[in-house]
Design a protein around this ligand. Structure first.
Ligand SMILES: Cc1cc2nc3c(=O)[nH]c(=O)nc-3n(C[C@H](O)[C@H](O)[C@H](O)COP(=O)(O)OP(=O)(O)OC[C@H]3O[C@@H](n4cnc5c(N)ncnc54)[C@H](O)[C@@H]3O)c2cc1C
Length: 314
């Protein structure tokens, strides 16, 4: 019998008045019992609407049924067939508009907490499985990937599984793209991102950091001198767009990219960090999406007494 509760199992999290002063992860994850109870809310629909909402088409009902039965490794195998970054996606995918947005249980009540279950399964696997994946047999073809954000990492994982010899070239000193320089530690711990990247390395993916393609090496050189037969460009959209209003170049005005890179990639929130950051008492954040929320929450955690989100829409 499915669990007919109209509400998702709450995920334990740090108390708001504690977490607004630290950079540790806010959400603490389900226990085994909570995960199994939540998974039992899935109706295992025949036509699987949730899968149509998933950009990588994970077989969601099958993995959720494995969780309900307590077979977490089997659940992981189902997810890993389609996704290279389950611990990341379980945390930061916009499930509310994707898989969970299509869940039948959401018509009368809350949808099954698919994202929380994906996160649970990935964390369980990372904590308990010591076996390395079997490296696929080489097909003799060599592909270069420019950029190590989620698109580059996903492309690398898919190609490596098919036997391609894959090298990722990353401009920064750390791989992960926005996952390491943009999204804060309290929403996505960097150790989790590193673990997923290590999983790709176990599949044979090579990662070369401090390699600005176009400066250190050109694409022509990658192909003609280094023998890459194809190049995937996953360089993201990292340049900030300013509003072109007076005062934008005053001291204390940051683009979100610069502010978040200082805080996340360069660890400016740590007392022993060499990266300077202005710790203001009163902060205005212009914008209203994920990036603005991450900047506002980071400013609060850096010690601001008042943080305002200034947004042009309602
Ligand atoms: C602060 C913030 C929060 C976000 N939160 C969410 C969220 O919660 N959920 C969500 O779904 N999306 C979120 N997004 C959006 C999401 O992060 C992006 O859609 C995603 O990162 C795009 O992935 P990507 O691989 O294309 O690019 P990126 O993650 O930007 O990675 C591109 C990589 O390419 C590298 N690169 C660029 N040029 C070169 C070059 N010439 N040579 C070598 N390397 C190069 C860059 O250094 C970078 O590492 C957020 C974005 C930001 C900025």
């Amino acid at each position: 019998m499915p669990n007919m509760s109209l509400k998702k199992n709450e995920m334990p999290s740090q108390d708001p008045n504690v977490r607004n002063k630290n950079f540790k992860e806010v959400a603490l994850g389900y226990t085994k019992e909570q995960a199994m109870d939540e998974a039992a809310r899935c109706l295992n629909c025949k036509n699987k609407p949730c899968v149509t909402g998933c950009p990588v088409q994970i077989d969601i009902p099958t993995f959720v049924q494995h969780v309900a039965a307590g077979d977490f490794e089997a659940a992981y195998e189902v997810i890993a067939k389609s996704s290279a970054l389950p611990a990341v996606c379980g945390r930061v995918c916009p499930q509310e508009s994707q898989c969970e947005g299509k869940c039948v249980r959401g018509i009368k009540g809350e949808p099954v907490a698919i994202g929380r279950l994906e996160r649970f399964v990935a964390d369980y696997h990372n904590e308990n499985c010591t076996e390395k994946p079997v490296k696929p047999e080489s097909n003799g073809h060599k592909v270069a990937i420019i950029g190590s954000g989620p698109s580059g990492l996903t492309c690398a994982g898919d190609l490596a599984k098919k036997g391609y010899d894959v090298t990722i070239f990353e401009a920064l000193h750390l791989a992960g793209g926005v996952l390491v320089y943009g999204i804060p530690e309290f929403r996505l711990p960097k150790a989790i991102v590193q673990k997923e990247i290590d999983g790709l390395k176990d599949l044979g993916v090579k990662v070369e950091t401090n390699m600005v393609i176009g400066k250190v090496l050109s694409i022509d050189e990658l192909i003609e001198e280094y023998g890459f037969e194809a190049v995937f460009i996953g360089s993201g959209a990292g340049l900030p767009r300013f509003m072109n209003i007076p005062g934008e170049n005053l001291k204390g005005v940051y683009s979100a990219n610069e502010f978040l890179t200082r805080v996340n990639l360069m660890k400016a929130y740590k007392d022993d960090s060499a990266t300077p950051i202005m710790k203001a008492k009163k902060v205005a954040v212009v914008g209203g999406g994920n990036v603005a929320m991450d900047a506002a929450r980071s400013a609060k955690r850096l010690g601001a007494e008042e943080v305002y989100i200034v947004y042009r829409r309602s």
